[in-house]
Design a protein around this ligand. Structure first.
Ligand code: UD1
Ligand code: MG
Length: 397
């Protein structure tokens, strides 16, 4: 366990980085306003201009900590006569993919990119990761759950399919946080919970169960947690800064890198339960089976200051057959609120995000209360994830 001292130092460094990031946000937020990089808080009546894309600042602080930590780690471990070239390559490949996503996110903040770019560019940015995974590990075998072993055997080699899965995971993680967003503090809050969960998981797996792959996430997560905590202080309800797509994309890619190169990509999905559900529920709008407006965040009722589900209105006879099927399916399971308009064939449905779905069930809610509820759900799902992995997983595998 030659990494104990450097990893403990990494924890201390993240405390220092936290305070530096607070100062950096304070210093740069007014400059973002001056340069016209701001957004209007759509769930408030004030119409104030809020500095946006502060993810650029926290992303830079994150990179600075990791860049400084690399020589610390390798100087201290080589003093023990160990120099893990494979780990160095993994960290550098991870940073390359994370930097690409910061760049893509900032481009999206400034240029409002199309969906095809948001899907194709993360796919390409994940190639360095997959290359390093191939050279260092190349494990493409998955364990089959005990109840299915009589059918499929003990393990299954997925070959190239496993690489396609990892590529899709990187694309999913990059976009998952950005589409579960739009109310104050949600992007940073969910990232903090996921990051704390992955750190705890990696700590247990590395120190108690000797899983060496987890050292990478122990190198990246403290810097990510410290910088995101500082950002959360400004982004929480009521927001003084917005994080921008820059933050959402690089946060997702940081999680994807830790999981892919740490060989726990399947387990990591357990920490993304709300994001997976939100993605599945959003899919009909994302893939244009049902019309998708520019913003799907909740509707702000100016009269009482409460949030309602935002909606989209369309003619059902313009839907493709698959769109009609999806709508019927959602209606059957009462997963969508549909209102018939007086005009023939015209309906109004809530936008398909779990934020709006909660509002459909719960009724008008204050923004602060809604974000607290979503955070509680994220924490509950993380507890479920740990139980699934350590209790049910031991029985199944
Ligand atoms: C994604 C979502 C979109 C959602 C938006 C809000 C999809 C396909 N896209 O789009 O539905 O409306 O994020 O983040 O699901 N804002 C607030 N309060 C907040 C955070 C953001 O009002 O707490 C508003 C601000 O006007 C801000 C804007 O959202 O300027 C940022 O939206 P942007 O990140 O550009 O939207 P997308 O990521 O394209
Ligand atoms: Mg966004």
């Amino acid at each position: 366990m030659e990494n104990v001292v450097p990893l403990a130092l990494n924890g201390l460094m993240s405390a220092v980085t936290y305070f530096c990031t607070l100062q950096a946000i304070k210093k740069f937020a007014p400059k973002f306003l001056q340069r016209g990089r701001f957004g209007i808080d759509l769930c408030k009546s004030s119409g104030d201009r809020i500095p946006e894309s502060l993810g650029v600042v926290t992303g830079t602080c994150f990179l600075v900590q990791v860049f400084i930590f690399i020589p610390v780690l390798f100087l201290l471990t080589s003093a023990h006569g160990v120099f893990r070239h494979d780990l160095l390559v993994e960290i550098l490949a991870a940073l390359l993919s994370i930097c690409s996503m910061m760049f893509l996110g900032f481009a999206d903040d400034v240029l409002d990119l199309k969906w095809r770019d948001k899907l194709s560019l993360p796919t390409i940015a994940s190639l360095p990761l997959l290359g390093v995974y191939y050279v260092n590990f190349n494990g493409t075998t998955v364990l089959v759950p005990k109840p299915l072993r009589f059918l499929l055997g003990g393990s299954l080699n997925l070959g190239p399919l496993y690489y396609i899965y990892m590529c899709m995971l990187a694309v999913f993680c990059t976009n998952a946080i950005n589409i579960l967003a739009g109310i104050n503090g949600l992007e940073t809050g969910q990232s903090l919970v996921i990051s704390a969960s992955i750190s705890t998981f990696s700590f247990v797996e590395y120190f108690l169960r000797g899983e060496l792959g987890h050292v990478l996430s122990l190198c990246l997560m403290p810097a990510f947690f410290g910088t995101t905590l500082a950002l959360y202080k400004f982004n929480k309800y009521p927001s003084k800064v917005f994080v921008g797509d820059t933050f959402c994309y690089y946060a997702g890619m940081t999680f994807a890198c830790s999981a892919i190169l740490g060989h726990f990509s399947k387990a990591m999905l357990l920490f993304f339960i709300p994001q997976v559900l939100n993605f599945l529920y959003s899919a009909p709008q994302l893939f244009k089976l049902i019309p998708c407006p520019r913003h799907r965040l909740p509707f702000y009722n100016r009269e009482n200051g409460l949030l309602l589900p935002s909606t989209t209105t369309f003619r059902t006879d313009t839907l493709k057959p698959n769109g009609v099927r999806v709508l019927r399916f959602l209606q059957l399971f009462r997963l969508v609120k549909v209102e018939q308009h007086q005009e023939p064939h015209t309906v109004e449905i809530n936008n398909l995000t779990i934020i709006n779905l909660i509002l459909v069930f719960k009724g008008p809610t204050n923004e602060g209360e809604l974000v607290r509820l979503l955070m509680r759900i994220q924490i509950f799902c993380s507890l479920v994830a740990f139980s699934c992995y350590y209790a049910i997983g031991q029985v199944l595998f």
